[in-house]
Design a protein. Structure first.
Length: 155
């Protein structure tokens, strides 16, 4: 057991239930790999949802549903693992701020689908998915920057 009378080099443990705050989360050097892993898993989840929904609805509706569901999970995972924030304090605000990234991603992916429909109206679902992967790549960069400088910024 470590005495609390003597200073230690270890970081202080936050009170129970509060978890680390954004200022404790480290630099982009640590955050980027975590963000990338979560991004890959979120993209796979999104694509799975899209492909399943696409069997029943048109591309734009499938995109909206898949992106909405995966965006909530993505924000929660990045909040916890990339930016080290635990507990429920601020979670709703973070999800609402994450919704801005969702809207940007929705605009990019919906735009990609609309352009594809104009350029190749009879494109296969495989081509649709390829276009969505490209749009999601751009949206991922925007999402990381928004999360880093606005949603989970250090104070």
């Amino acid at each position: 057991m470590v005495s609390t009378d003597q200073p230690t080099e270890a970081a202080e443990v936050p009170p129970a239930g509060q978890g680390p705050q954004p200022s404790d989360t480290g630099t982009a050097k640590r955050q980027v790999p975590s963000f990338l892993v979560i991004g890959v898993l979120s993209t796979l989840f999104y694509l799975l949802l899209y492909v399943v929904a696409r069997r029943f609805v048109d591309p734009q509706v499938a995109n909206l549903v898949a992106l909405a569901v995966s965006a909530v999970a993505n924000t929660a995972a990045n909040r916890r693992f990339t930016f080290g924030i635990t507990g429920s304090e601020g979670a709703l605000r973070h999800q609402l701020q994450g919704a801005v990234a969702f809207v940007i991603g929705l605009g990019l992916s919906s735009g990609a689908l609309a352009l594809l429909d104009l350029a190749a109206p009879n494109a296969s679902k495989t081509v649709e998915v390829a276009g969505l992967v490209a749009a999601n790549g751009l949206a991922t960069v925007v999402r990381f920057l928004l999360m880093k400088v606005w949603v989970f910024r250090t104070k």
